[in-house]
Design a protein around this ligand. Structure first.
Ligand code: SF4
Length: 563
């Protein structure tokens, strides 16, 4: 199977198509291949199944768009590749020390103990993007077709049944007309499509809307994680040290915290901020710069140099926000399906497990030769019986417990731990995060404290443009903007007055700028789409919900290394 340049739209047929080469889809494809091999060994020749499996990925290489903290719980890896310890799997460092600190502006207080349910002993600090590169190689070695550089832009239906995915055209100019390098996208037709394209995936959004998959569920809520990787001047004598922080630089009313993971020669440093904050001037990138000024963090960065930067949103609504994940012709897995344990700040093992459960469902569909909702519905019972579901159920009210700030959140967490996740009310419930943002007239905030207290010294603190440089982000410049603003007038007038244009703050890549027009008469919105890190925060946190993120030309975006 291969893609040819042609002026007509090509059609390709595969049996199973996975969208997104993250841990969910790579694990799903590999597990399906293993299940098929086992099946074929057990049955006579006439009953053997020959199944073509393909994965498309919008990043230019496998792993280029993949970012996570990341501390990996190897439970799913052990199930997928039981002899993983005998392989060259890049599990950088086993966790050797696990600590939680509460930070004030200058001081730190270590929590006296870490509950076993969130302990990291037995886990590994990894670079997720190197981990998926390794998994991708195993997937390819098993005869699965991997196609990086192809974004899925449209779901294809026959009646109400999903039958495939259209990939994005290439070579469309900024004027929205085909240029000399025009290459139409391909219609990839499949018996089943598995959507594992990460958080707030564009095809997943189409599927949720088309099949009404979020009916009766609580809305999804999100956080944004901004992360840097630092090269240390010499090998650390505390490799494997894992630190999580609460408090500074966030206000008590804001959900989130910092992390610093020691990988021996490198440090992962980041900040997670709940995307349900009130302060319209909250800027996660700037808060990360402020975190680095704290003595506890600054002392660990002595002599270190910044190597990499990235950002992504995380789905944190948990159990009660999981969409229905099966429908006629497809499944939703991983971050796309909302599978993150927000208490443990982990989703990789859940993503991998969901991919494996999808594979078991698909084998059932292949044997039944039926990929309708009725057959794919066994995914739901497989998931409910799995450790992944049990784990999520125990923390079903965790993020919601912080709706009234850090202290109430800590109290709720304690009660939830004692009551198996129930807490004082179950479900606690929540609304969409952007509805929490307060108008300037309703909220007392000081932009100068949050925005100007950091000196960008280009040694430890950076402005957004410099940070974007460290993400390796590149897009074809001559293409239409992949950020669609339904009504720019709202940005320039209503939003400017009511919220002070929070897009300038929440975007971690300076994609949104309010500048003076040519005549210096009025303020207008200026977009820098080529900076975009594909984190999806703007779609999530825009108070008017008028921003739509669509995939840019395949291959564009960040080029994450060691993140
Ligand atoms: Fe993230 Fe949106 Fe900014 Fe891109 S434009 S980096 S998706 S917030």
């Amino acid at each position: 199977m291969g893609f040819k340049v042609s002026s007509a739209r090509e059609k390709l047929e595969v049996d199973i198509l996975f969208v997104g080469a993250g841990p969910a889809c790579l694990s799903g494809a590999l597990h399906l291949k293993n299940l098929l091999e086992n099946h074929n060994q057990r049955v006579p020749s006439a009953e053997k199944l020959e199944v073509s499996i393909a994965i498309i990925e919008k990043g230019k290489d496998i792993g280029a768009h993949i970012l996570s903290g990341a501390v990996l719980d190897p439970i799913a890896l052990r199930e997928l590749i039981p002899d993983y310890e005998q392989t060259d799997v890049p599990l950088d460092v086993p966790v050797s020390e696990d600590m939680i600190y509460y930070l004030t502006g200058q001081k730190h207080f270590r929590l006296p103990f870490i509950p076993p349910s969130i302990s990291n002993y037995g886990n590994f600090i990894i670079s997720l993007n190197r981990f998926v590169q390794w998994l991708g190689k195993r997937v390819e070695a098993n005869g699965i077709d991997l196609f990086p550089g192809f974004s899925g832009t449209k779901l294809l239906f026959e009646g109400n049944h999903l039958i495939g995915v259209r990939t994005g055209d290439k070579g469309i100019g900024r004027n929205k007309k085909p240029g000399s390098s025009y290459e139409p996208g391909v219609d990839i037709l499949a018996k089943a499509v598995v959507l594992g394209e990460g958080v707030h995936g564009s095809l997943t959004k189409q599927a949720i809307k088309h099949f009404n998959l979020d009916q009766g569920k609580f809305p999804q809520i999100y956080s944004i994680g901004v992360k840097e990787v630092w090269d240390l001047p010499s090998t650390s004598d505390i490799p494997g040290q894992v630190i999580h922080t609460l408090g500074y630089p966030l206000k008590h009313e804001e959900y989130g915290g910092g992390f610093i993971y020691n990988m021996g020669r490198r440090l992962s440093l980041g900040l997670v901020v709940g995307l349900n904050y009130k302060d319209p001037f909250l800027d996660p990138h700037k808060e990360l710069q402020r975190l680095k000024t704290h003595p506890l963090i600054a002392s660990r960065l002595k002599g270190a140099t910044l190597a990499h930067y990235g950002a992504k949103a995380l789905p944190e609504g948990g159990y009660y926000s999981l969409p229905k994940s099966y429908f006629d012709g497809g499944l939703i897995i991983g971050d796309s399906g909302g599978l993150v344990n927000s208490m443990r700040l982990k989703g990789i093992h859940l993503a991998m497990k969901s991919g494996m459960l999808a594979a078991e469902t698909l084998l059932h569909g292949l044997l039944e030769q039926d990929f309708s909702e009725r057959t794919l519905g066994i995914y739901s019972s497989l998931f409910k019986d799995s450790w992944a579901c049990h784990e999520l159920y125990k923390v079903r009210n965790f993020h919601q417990g912080f709706e009234n700030g850090l202290l109430m959140g800590m109290l709720n967490t304690g009660i939830q731990m004692l009551t198996g996740g129930r807490g004082w009310k179950d479900p606690l419930g929540h609304c969409q995060g952007h509805l929490k943002m307060r108008k300037l007239s309703e909220y007392s905030t000081d932009r100068s404290v949050r925005h100007n207290s950091i000196k960008n010294d280009e040694a430890k603190s950076f402005d957004k443009v410099t940070s974007v440089y460290f993400s390796g982000t590149k897009h074809e410049e001559d293409q239409p903007s992949h950020l669609l603003i339904a009504d720019p007038g709202i940005c320039q007038e209503r939003c400017a007055q009511e919220f002070g244009n929070p897009c300038e703050s929440f975007c971690p890549a300076k994609v949104y700028e309010i500048i003076s027009d040519q005549n210096d008469q009025k303020k207008v919105l200026h977009l820098n789409p080529s900076n975009c890190l594909h984190c999806k925060t703007c779609e999530i946190m825009d108070p008017y919900q008028i921003i739509t993120w669509i995939p840019p030309e395949g291959g564009g975006g960040p080029n994450y290394i060691n993140l």
